[in-house]
Design a binder for this molecule. Structure first.
Ligand SMILES: NC(=O)c1ccc[n+]([C@@H]2O[C@H](COP(=O)([O-])OP(=O)(O)OC[C@H]3O[C@@H](n4cnc5c(N)ncnc54)[C@H](OP(=O)(O)O)[C@@H]3O)[C@@H](O)[C@H]2O)c1
Length: 346
């Protein structure tokens, strides 16, 4: 049996300026072959990566770090593989909690084989009969983001009017459905007709619009939510946030999950309507999913029955082959993904 293998990796060439391009990443085969064993006493786990999650925050980590971005996560290092959430199979382990053959999810490098610190991984219960790729999304960090962001930050009540931007994406599709389960009236925005159709016909949104075809976002919101918004689940920032502020109700809540439209701008949009936060006594809060990691077991208890009973729809966009990773990751920043963007490695 083979004891060493070649390891294909996705490397960051240099810190990125502006919006990341495929050419900012390169595929290499590491010069040193990988030994398929961990060193005794290392407490490490060696895995073969099966699925990698493509996430907007990874674009931020491709930029030169600033004090603000370092408050979120450490940046990637030029010349080294990028990293993110992956689903992997254990090949060897020096940690007694993991044995060969176990399936895990957690932070791994973008490469075929990784040696990882077991503190950053979760064992997958393979008796739960769902596709393994779900642990890059609905049953992992993405699901927790939607759950904690909606239920903990937004304080939803039955009958609330909820607006979600990037509504058909990984997080958005779940937030919209959680809000429907809660008995809310739910409206979403997305960037194509295909995505708007998904919102209305698959995820059960009450109304939706294609923001790229709306000359005036304020009018679009007034058309869809004439009585105003109780909860805004913010995924995009910029002009959408400015228009939403005009349409929030008094004591509205805004969960700031992401602001993808602003991450790679040299000059960010200047908002006009921030005083509405005071006038309407709006509560607006940013959050990161990992702040809620202690809620993970409670989240699984909540979400698994809905998945089993097919009461939650979940759309993935799976691209095959590590060499197609750069295109998949960059495509996300241009709205090319339809649903949760996943890269199948092996
Ligand atoms: N706080 C946290 O812990 C946390 C965790 C996960 C994700 N997030 C954030 O949540 C948001 C959604 O992430 P996701 O993983 O669910 O990604 P996603 O929605 O599956 O994919 C990103 C989507 O953003 C939209 N987009 C891209 N560029 C845009 C622009 N300039 N203006 C407006 N929309 C744009 C595109 O959809 P359209 O075609 O509809 O434009 C694209 O498909 C992101 O802001 C991300 O950073 C935060």
């Amino acid at each position: 049996m083979e004891t060493t293998v070649k390891n294909k990796q996705v490397i960051l060439r240099n810190y990125v300026k502006g919006i990341p391009k495929e050419s900012d990443l390169m595929i290499i085969t590491a010069s040193d072959p990988v030994e398929l064993k961990v060193k005794p006493g290392s407490a490490a786990v060696m895995v073969r990566n099966l699925y990698l999650s493509c996430d907007p925050y990874m674009g931020i980590l491709m930029r030169e770090p600033t004090p603000s971005t370092l408050a979120l996560l450490d940046a990637f290092i030029p010349g080294k593989p990028i990293a993110g959430i992956g689903v992997s199979q254990v090949i060897d382990s020096d940690d007694p909690s993991f044995t060969k053959g176990d399936m895990i999810w957690g932070i791994v490098n973008w490469e075929e084989f990784s040696t990882i610190n077991p503190a950053a991984i979760f064992k997958i219960d393979v008796n739960i009969n769902v596709p393994l790729s779900y642990y890059t999304g609905i049953l992992g960090m993405i699901g927790l983001t939607a759950y904690a962001g909606f239920f903990e930050i937004c304080s939803p009540k039955k009958g609330d009017t909820v607006f979600v931007s990037a509504a058909s994406g990984a997080v958005g599709q779940l937030v919209g459905q959680f809000a429907k389960l809660m008995g809310c009236y739910v409206v979403g925005s997305a960037g194509s007709k295909q995505k708007v159709d998904l919102l209305l016909n698959k995820f059960g949104y009450d109304d939706a619009f294609n923001y790229k075809e709306e000359p005036d976002l304020d009018s679009a919101l007034k058309r869809c939510v004439p009585k105003g918004i109780d909860i805004y689940f913010e995924n995009v920032g910029g002009k959408m946030l400015d228009a939403v502020l005009l349409n929030m109700k008094t004591y509205g809540r805004i969960a700031v999950c992401g602001m993808i439209s602003q991450y790679h701008l040299e000059t960010r949009d200047r908002l006009q309507n921030l005083p509405d936060i005071i006038f309407k006594k709006i509560r607006m809060q940013g959050f990161a999913s990992y702040d809620f990691i202690d809620r993970f077991p409670k989240f699984l208890e909540f979400v698994l029955p809905y998945i089993k009973e097919e009461k939650l729809a979940y759309v993935e966009d799976i691209v095959e082959g590590l060499e197609n990773g750069p295109a998949a990751l960059v495509g996300l920043l241009h709205g090319k993904n339809v649903g949760k963007q996943v890269l199948k490695v092996a």
